[in-house]
Structures are given as structure tokens and as C-alpha cells.
Design a binder for this molecule. Structure first.
Ligand code: HEC
Ligand code: HEC
Length: 287
């Protein structure tokens, strides 16, 4: 082989490795931004102490209990520990678990993990989340099995094929995408007697959450006088970035304020544009 050709091949190989490395670094950065921001899997999967305080040193090793009439669910250990976490799962198995709620052995992941919303996570963002999960320290932690007093369906829908996100420049649609993958409206929409979301009252608030903090009730996020109609964009941003209301009073869990403080300003603008496009509804749909 000619010397020049060899040199050219070396250069080509180096650029190839360089760009693969840059791509992996960008994926990890995106994963960190999402996981420590709007996606906030840690809001459920970070281990908690007796008072409900997050035990950050235990990472995403699970154990938080969700006590409901229909289930007593325990958040799983999703660190790369091979015996008690997801260390043995392939990327494809993780992707299917997150976006379709189906484990490698075929068992369904039950509520309250918001799988119906995660079906909309784009292929690129899903790869970023998986890259982040793999980069976390493995933590050994056996969690109790969840108990469901109701039959779980066999699937949340047909297999998810390819999903792409709208371009960030398309503010309204990108804001809707963010609100979906952040499952904002899962908490901010009232539920019927069977626990199903009232989709015709999207964003009207009124769901109650009990925990070590007492009881909190989700607010009306629609552009109604009982919702965000009279709030400025800056006031809404203060809620998400600082966890305080217009009078400086702190909000209670379970909204993931510790994570939302990392959402970028541009993404907040998109989210707010989307919230302002919702149909105005009285609080909790009660007129
Ligand atoms: C609202 C709480 C909640 C959120 C948010 C949440 N999860 Fe979960 N997750 C759970 C619970 C509870 C379980 C266990 C359900 C069961 O036992 O069927 C679970 C189970 C899992 C499992 C199955 C693990 C196993 O070993 O069986 C994976 C993987 C997982 N979650 C990943 C994620 C990822 C990644 C995110 C963010 C994109 C996320 N979860 C967001 C509550 C949540
Ligand atoms: C796990 C449930 C949950 C999720 C997810 C959630 N919220 Fe909330 N949110 C609440 C609760 C509960 C309150 C009221 C807390 C209180 O009263 O102390 C609240 C309060 C708010 C408020 C204050 C409004 C007011 O009138 O005071 C805004 C704005 C808000 N949420 C927006 C969002 C957005 C945007 C998202 C998604 C990025 C989101 N929330 C995700 C449960 C949630």
C-alpha cells in the first residue's frame, strides 16, 4: 500500500472514531439534560428516606412506594447493577421497557410509571436516556415486588416503531412534545371514578396527592381565570425554576421541582406557549 494511501486511511479512521466519540458525548449530554430536567425519572426512581427526602447518594436504585387503592407499587432499581438493576438488559430491551412498558421477560410495567406518555419519546431522546442510565454507578438494592389489585392489560398499545420529535423552532409543537414526555398533564388533569384521565378536561387540575408532605392538589394550567390566564410568562418560569408561587410561597411534592430547575429557558418558553394553547377550563372541570 502506498504511503499516502496509508496516511489517508489513518486520517479517515481517526475522524470516524472522533465523530463517533463526539456523537456519544452529545447523546450523554442530552440524556443528562433530560434526566436531570423535564423527564425526571429520578423523581420516582431515586431512593427516599423515612420523611420522603431523596437519598441522592443511592442514585436511581428505587424503593419508593406508591400506595393507591388499586396498587402498592414499588419503583424499580434502574441502575446498571447486574443482579438487582438493569445491568443485564440490552439497549433494545431497555427501550421497549421505557416506551412500551414491556420487560425482557414479557411482564408489563404497571402504574404509576407514565408509559402512555413515554410512547411519544423520540428515538434520539430514548437513546440519550439509555446512554445516561448506562453511565450511572451500579447500586445494589433489592426492592420489594409491586402488588396490583387489578388486572394489568397485556400491553399499552401496539409496538412503538419510529418516533421523531418536532423541531425546537416549532415552539408550540415542541412545547407539546416536552409537556408529553414530562407527563405534566398526567398530574394536571382530573381523573374519573375509575382512575382514568378526563381527556376532555386536559390541564384543568384537581388531582390530589397524599404523602409525607400532607396533601397537595394539582393546579389548573389552562388559560382560565382559575388557571394561568393572569400569570405572566416570568411568573410561570419562577414556579418551574424555583418551586415558589407568585407570593414566594414554596410548593409541595410530588411535582419534581428539584429537576425542573434545570430546564432551559428556551424549553420553558415552548412549554408555556403550549400551555397557553390549551382550552380554558374551570378548576378540576367543576364550573
Ligand atoms: C411516576 C413514577 C415513575 C416515573 C416518573 C418513572 N417510573 Fe419507572 N417505574 C415506576 C414504578 C412504580 C415501577 C415498578 C412497576 C412495576 O412493578 O410493575 C417502575 C419500573 C421501571 C422499570 C422496570 C425495571 C424492572 O427491573 O422491572 C424501568 C426500566 C423503569 N421503570 C425506567 C424508568 C425510566 C427510564 C423513567 C423515565 C423515563 C421512569 N422509569 C419513570 C415508577 C416510575
Ligand atoms: C407528579 C405530579 C406532577 C407533575 C408531573 C407536574 N406537576 Fe405541576 N403541580 C403538581 C401539584 C400537586 C401542584 C401544586 C403543589 C402545591 O399546591 O403545593 C403543581 C403546581 C404547578 C404549577 C403552579 C400553578 C399555580 O396555579 O400555582 C405550575 C405552573 C405547574 N405545576 C406546571 C407544571 C408543568 C409545566 C409540568 C411539567 C413540566 C408539571 N407541572 C408537572 C403536580 C405535578
Amino acid at each position: 500500500m502506498g504511503k499516502l494511501l496509508k496516511l489517508a486511511l489513518c486520517a479517515l479512521l481517526a475522524t470516524g472514531i472522533g465523530s463517533a466519540w463526539a456523537q456519544q458525548a452529545a447523546r450523554l449530554a442530552r440524556g443528562k439534560y433530560l434526566m436531570e430536567g423535564i423527564i425526571a425519572c429520578g423523581n420516582c426512581h431515586v431512593a427516599r428516606g423515612e420523611q420522603g427526602q431523596p437519598l441522592l447518594e443511592k442514585g436511581l436504585s428505587g424503593g419508593m412506594v406508591f400506595d393507591d387503592a388499586a396498587f402498592k407499587a414499588v419503583a424499580a432499581n434502574i441502575t446498571p447493577d447486574r443482579d438487582t438493576g438493569i445491568g443485564k438488559w440490552t439497549d433494545a430491551q431497555l427501550a421497549k421497557a421505557i416506551r412500551e412498558g414491556i420487560r425482557p421477560d414479557g411482564r408489563l410495567i404497571g402504574p404509576p410509571m407514565p408509559i402512555p406518555f413515554y410512547r411519544s419519546i423520540s428515538d434520539a431522546d430514548l437513546a440519550a436516556i439509555i446512554a445516561y442510565l448506562r453511565a450511572q454507578p451500579a447500586v445494589r438494592n433489592v426492592v420489594a415486588k409491586s402488588q396490583y389489585n387489578m388486572p394489568l392489560p397485556s400491553a399499552y398499545g401496539p409496538p412503538v416503531k419510529r418516533v421523531s420529535a418536532p423541531a425546537p423552532g416549532n415552539k408550540l409543537h415542541y412545547g407539546q412534545y416536552l409537556a408529553t414526555i414530562g407527563h405534566c398533564l398526567e398530574c394536571h388533569t382530573p381523573r374519573d371514578d375509575k382512575g382514568m384521565l378526563h381527556m376532555d378536561l386536559l390541564g384543568a387540575g384537581g388531582q390530589s396527592f397524599k404523602g409525607p408532605w400532607g396533601e397537595s392538589v394539582s393546579r389548573n394550567l389552562t388559560p382560565h381565570p382559575s388557571g394561568l390566564k393572569d400569570w405572566t410568562d416570568a411568573q410561570i418560569k419562577t414556579v418551574l425554576h424555583q418551586g415558589v408561587d407568585r407570593d414566594g410561597k414554596g410548593y409541595r411534592p410530588p411535582m419534581g421541582f428539584d429537576f425542573y430547575k434545570n430546564i432551559s429557558d428556551a424549553d420553558l418558553d415552548a412549554l408555556i406557549a403550549y400551555l397557553r394553547s390549551l382550552k380554558p377550563q374551570p378548576f378540576g372541570g367543576r364550573g
